[in-house]
Design a binder for this molecule. Structure first.
Ligand code: ARG
Length: 279
């Protein structure tokens, strides 16, 4: 395959929604990364998050903020708050009671926005944690969090093709921990996180995908965000960074080790706003 030269890809400006980790903590465990006995530092988390925020801004992206709510320590993971495509917003419905109340904050934020449609999902749906746009298609994860019925709901709400994928490794409980979108038809993923059927679907659709090894997946290297050229990813994922460079992308390392104690990193902190909302 013909490969674009180093750094030859084109970036497009993005709009992101983020939530400052003011109340960040690990006080419960809803994924294998979370151990409430391990100490966390909201201050370190905040400093790391701030650098990520400034990285996006420095690349010319527009970053909006939603106000963090006391008592919701996982709210920093804004990717889970909604799916926003073509100016339409489907707000999340969280699986675990510890996160359920985040949805009201997102409903409120988007209701004030100028979006063409805003409503909460009927079925358990953890937003961009499990739903990722690749070109016109939406890849949808299930197995741990989002309900399979949510996949149909998303297909109907956005009128876009939805491809269902099943996650099988509890460490990679959201789709965005096992797969990252790089371009209009390019992804990178960790095959062992998917069922054999889903692996076959991915191999068929993306024969040239970058495949992550266990080591890069285990540092959340796939919890990455691309603007078409720059790929922001955990800096510990050195193998993926090298592969990205080879394909003409510019990897940009971020240190989010404090937030990883809650099972989240770059992508989890970032919800992409696609479409016309004036906020
Ligand atoms: N502690 C959070 C949870 O388990 C982390 C969410 C990570 N977000 C993501 N988009 N993968 O729900």
């Amino acid at each position: 395959m013909e490969r674009p030269a180093n750094g030859s890809r084109a970036a497009s400006p993005r709009r992101y929604l983020m939530c400052r980790p003011t109340h960040f903590d690990v006080t419960y465990s809803i994924n294998p990364w979370m151990d409430p006995r391990k100490p966390t530092s909201a201050q370190v988390g905040l400093a790391q998050w701030k650098r990520l925020h400034d990285t996006f801004a420095g690349l010319g992206h527009d970053v909006q903020l939603i106000e963090p709510v006391p008592g919701l320590p996982d709210m920093v993971f804004a990717a889970n708050g909604a799916i926003v495509v073509d100016g339409k917003v489907l707000v999340a419905r969280f699986r675990h009671p510890q996160r359920v109340d985040e949805a009201a904050a997102y409903l409120d934020w988007f209701s004030r926005g100028g979006w063409s449609a805003v409503r909460q999902a009927e079925y358990v749906n953890e937003g961009e944690g499990d739903f990722l746009c690749v070109g016109r298609e939406i890849l949808a994860g299930s197995g741990f969090r989002s309900d399979l019925r949510a996949h149909d709901e998303v297909r109907e709400f956005f009128g876009r093709p939805v491809v269902s994928l099943t996650l099988v490794d509890p460490r990679f409980y959201h789709l965005d921990t096992a797969l990252a979108v790089l371009g209009e038809s390019e992804v990178m993923y960790y095959p062992a996180a998917f069922s054999p059927e889903s692996r076959a679907i991915l191999a068929e659709r993306y024969p040239d995908a970058i495949l992550a090894d266990e080591a890069d997946a285990a540092v959340f290297g796939l919890n990455a965000l691309s603007d078409g050229r720059n790929v922001i990813l955990p800096q510990q994922a050195v193998g993926l960074a090298a592969q990205l460079r080879e394909r003409g992308y510019t990897p940009v390392g971020a240190d989010l080790t404090e937030l990883l104690k809650a099972g989240g990193s770059v992508k989890c902190c970032t919800l992409e706003l696609r479409g016309q909302g004036e906020v």
